[in-house]
Design a protein around this ligand. Sequence first.
Ligand code: PLP
Length: 395
Amino acid sequence: MSQMQEYINEAEAALLHTYNRYQVVFDHGEGVHLYDIEGKSYLDFVSGIGVFALGYGNKEYNDAVKAQVDKILHTSNYYYNVPAIEAAKAVKKISGMDRIFFTNSGAEAIEGAIKAARKYGYLKDGRTDHEIIAMEHSFHGRTMGALSITGKRAYRDPFEPMIGNIRFAEYNDIDSVKALVNDKTCAIIMETVQGEGGIYPAQETFLKEVRAICDEKDILLILDEIQCGMGRTGEYYAWQRFGVKPDILTTAKALGGGVPVGAFLMTEKVAQNSLVAGDHGTTYGGNPLAGAAIVEVMRQFEEKKVLENVRRVGAYLYEKLDEIAASHADVVEHRGVGLMQGLEFEHPVAEIINKALDKGLVLINAGTNIIRFLPPLVITEADVDAMLQILKECL
Ligand SMILES: *Cc1c(COP(=O)(O)O)cnc(C)c1O
């Protein structure tokens, strides 16, 4: 039995089986390539689900994180620390939001956003039966609050009861939103580009109309940019393409460049009318290690002109995947923006993804029939060409 197979067997004997994992044990990475424990190289078009935006083996990032490890890892949120302060200023600057709360994951950012929205509603009218409108086919995470607003019944049903008073509208269908709005509605939450649900970008008109409803009725718009944020679409946050600013923003995945971090941000108006001391907390969130990682990620985004790269290479990938869609009858649709794209097929894509892995290309699905392209944000046109060559062999 190969060493790799032995590890896989050990994993399957010890880990809770909550993932059907691909049959590979990765060991290290360099640039946009991963290497398994046998030294085989793989071109990476997943970036650990949008986390490793700056690529692997990034010396300056590693050095920044190591330097912070040697200095101090954790102090507690009862005290101030400089990396978190610097990180807060940096994320405020790129997002245009006013205040930030750091978490350790995306789901925790969603939990905080839900609490802030409910508190805002509570302070406004004293009701304790507020409703939140979420979207069908959305994905917001696996904790109970995040699961409750996730628009996929199969994920929710075994874990009922969910948190109460969640209503689901159809994404990109303004009438279905209007039908649910009432005087109990405190927030509308959606991904600006739906990720796990199948790579569906919000239409500009839809976002603008939802924003208008929220303004008119003093309802909070929460945009979940945990996957589509941090440069993925060619702007720091996808809503910046349309100028539709949320009241609360959630961000994570690429934010820490590999160190587990997340955050929810809000406007000053929400901050002044929602969570106060004693309402919310976290032991680890915003610790010096997370802060140092975020600061270095931000620095490299500027230095490497990552947004420009995403726009240019994203447009190139779009053109090339369009060609594939046109020349393969089993492709139903090509969607996406920047370096967040999807090819929907008439049939499940697991076989294509397994074949690609075998040939040294890492891809992932979004739903059974959609191949999702979520490469590191530093890929080049040559990497896209290399990916396409393997993909074509697999189709
Ligand atoms: C990944 C994801 C989450 C959950 O983040 P975790 O860090 O896995 O908890 C929430 N929302 C969106 C849009 C995501 O893609």
